[in-house]
Design a protein. Structure first.
Lengths: 266, 321
């Protein structure tokens, strides 16, 4: 198992994808952080709209929590690439030649996705804090970087990002076609889930279903939701949310093991 | 390139043999490999030959545990590939090699080193062995086909395996590369390793292999030493005479089967000595009397042609003189 993990780590770090994607995530969330911090402070101050303004520490946690709400496509993609890259470049045969125990190969990839997710979690949170904190401190009620609650949100955001990466790896094992996996992840995270959360939340009785969607579970884990601020306040308790995310990861990995990794490969 | 590949396992007195037993693989109702049985002995290079689509790669994939046989089994040293604890230290193999274009050759080797139980030193050693020095830190995306083949071979050798299985290793190699590969494979056999090399062209491996296993349409059509394969080749003698008419009469008298060839005749199924004796006896002057080279490719094509009936050991009728 140790050898398989070392093998996966070398594969991961010997191409540029992991840090290019991390850099993109940093840049994207720095941009989002600036835009959202402005819209919650400068723009909100100008508006006479009836929407209750988000203020104080809630403004800080709402903006910082966006790493999860808008950034989770990055760790999902990065995780899926750990598996789909092997199929795209046909290195999967060599991988299975040196380690024919396919469960070990999959587990090694899941293990490696944890430190990889940590990198994305840090890239995202550092990115958003780097731009949002100065704006909130300047125009809003402060950056609240001294607050334990804010640090808990930041820490849990990193944890959620790690879980997203593990889920992505499991998903890659289910859908090994790289382009298809990327398209499905982007469509799901950018369209399907946001719409489903709002739609299900609007229907009586189905709001309880929406909280089990992966993005909603991640919000539950962090305890702060951008969607929550839009009126859909219902979230799973933290422990249940973490379990739901782990269940997604385990479920995908299991399906991948029983389908993809059962086939003739290479 | 001067050093040998290995230091550790070559002292093994006898490398494991490969035993393929009634191996069958059915895809969508059609057998790609159909009851195939053969063995590959240590200390020799065995050519695994057949036209494209004969089932060579499918057989190798089953041998290496990448594909599950529909029936039968393929064993290495009495065990299936996946039953070996560290199979890459027993069997070194290179299928059509896949590489991440953005990864350097050295990093490709390092990526697979740990499960083979080796480190960076072995990777550097192999880079030298396959002649990729100076290119090992460049990305594989910029490698030529021949360089990729060399890198694939280096990957196969990571675990210093006593059994080596290579699928079409000569593809993409330039003539110097093919000579280099030949020497390397001969050296492996001399070290006592078991070497199986597939090819769709006998000519490519004719000077490399000791034994041949020939398949067509998923079935075994011939397995023997290369020398025994040569026995199946049709004999022919090229002969020319300044007295064409006299030669013509001799041919008619002997009822030889001939074809015009260059300035003389090609006499089929008759050895040069026999032609010479008959001409001498008949007083026909000969200027040229040459045994034609044994054309193994012709035997190979005949054995694998769609009309040829599969026969594992029976000599071809043409060889019966």
């Amino acid at each position: 198992m140790g050898a398989a993990i070392r093998s996966e780590l070398t594969k991961l770090t010997s191409t540029r994808m992991w840090w290019v994607l991390a850099l993109a995530m940093f840049g994207y969330l720095a941009f989002i952080g600036a835009v959202m911090a402005f819209s919650l402070t400068v723009a909100a101050g100008d508006s006479t709209a009836a929407v209750a303004p988000v203020e104080g520490e809630a403004a800080a946690t709402t903006v910082y929590g966006l790493v999860n709400a808008v950034g989770y496509a990055f760790p999902l993609l990065a995780g899926s690439l750990l598996v789909t890259g092997e199929f795209r470049h046909r290195t999967i045969a060599q991988t299975l030649l040196v380690e024919p125990r396919r469960t070990v190969v999959l587990l090694a990839k899941l293990v490696v996705s944890v430190p990889l997710g940590l990198v994305y979690g840090l890239a995202g949170t550092v990115g958003i804090v780097a731009t949002a904190a100065p704006v909130l401190a300047w125009q809003g009620d402060g950056a609240h970087l001294g607050s334990g609650d804010v640090w808990r949100v930041l820490g849990l955001t990193v944890v959620a990002t790690v879980l997203w990466t593990v889920i992505g790896t499991g998903f890659g094992a289910v859908l090994t076609q790289q382009v298809a996996a990327i398209v499905v992840i982007l469509v799901f995270t950018q369209f399907v889930e946001p719409i489903a959360r709002v739609a299900l939340g609007a229907i009586d009785g189905l709001g309880r279903v929406a909280v089990f969607l992966p993005g909603a579970a991640a919000d539950g884990l962090i305890g702060s939701s951008f969607f929550g601020q839009l009126g859909d306040g219902e979230l799973l308790p933290r422990w249940a949310a973490a379990l739901v995310m782990l269940a997604y990861a385990a479920g995908f990995a299991l399906v991948g093991r029983l389908t993809t990794l059962r086939r003739d490969l290479g | 390139m001067t050093s040998t590949t290995s230091t550790s396992t070559t002292s093994t007195p006898s490398a494991p043999a490969i035993e393929v037993e009634a191996l069958t693989k059915v895809y969508g109702g059609l057998p790609a490999v159909d009851g195939l049985s053969f063995t590959v002995r240590p200390g020799a290079v065995t050519g695994f030959l057949g036209p494209n689509g004969a089932g060579k790669t499918t057989t190798i994939r089953m041998l290496l545990g990448l594909a599950e046989p529909t029936a039968g089994r393929a064993l290495i040293g009495g065990r299936t590939y996946r039953e070996h604890r560290r199979p890459a230290t027993v069997v070194g193999s290179s299928l059509e090699p896949g590489f991440h274009p953005g990864r350097s050759g050295m990093d490709h080797l390092r990526s697979f080193a740990a499960p083979c139980g080796v480190g960076a030193a072995r990777c550097r050693e192999l880079v030298a062995l396959v002649g990729l020095e100076g290119a090992e830190h460049r990305r594989v995306g910029g490698y030529s086909m021949g360089m990729r083949q060399r890198l694939g071979l280096a990957t196969a050798l990571l675990g210093d395996p006593p059994v080596i299985v290579l699928d079409e290793p000569a593809n993409g190699l330039d003539p110097q590369g093919i000579v280099w590969l030949r020497h390397l494979l001969r050296q492996f056999a001399a070290e006592g390793r078991t070497v199986l090399v597939s090819s769709h062209a006998l000519r490519e491996v004719q000077h490399t292999v000791d034994d041949v296993v020939i398949v067509a349409r998923g079935r075994l059509v011939h397995a023997s030493s290369l020398a025994s394969l040569a026995d199946l080749a049709a004999v022919a003698t090229y002969v020319s005479s300044p007295d064409g008419a006299a030669l013509g009469r001799l041919v008619a008298h002997q009822a030889w089967r001939v074809a015009p060839h260059e300035s003389g005749l090609l006499v089929h199924d008759v050895a040069a000595a026999q032609v010479g004796d008959a001409a001498f006896a008949a007083g026909v002057p000969l200027h040229r009397l040459e045994p034609r080279d044994v054309d193994l490719e012709e035997v190979f094509l005949r054995l694998t042609s769609p009309t040829s009936a599969p026969s594992a050991t029976a000599p071809h009728p043409a060889a019966v003189r």
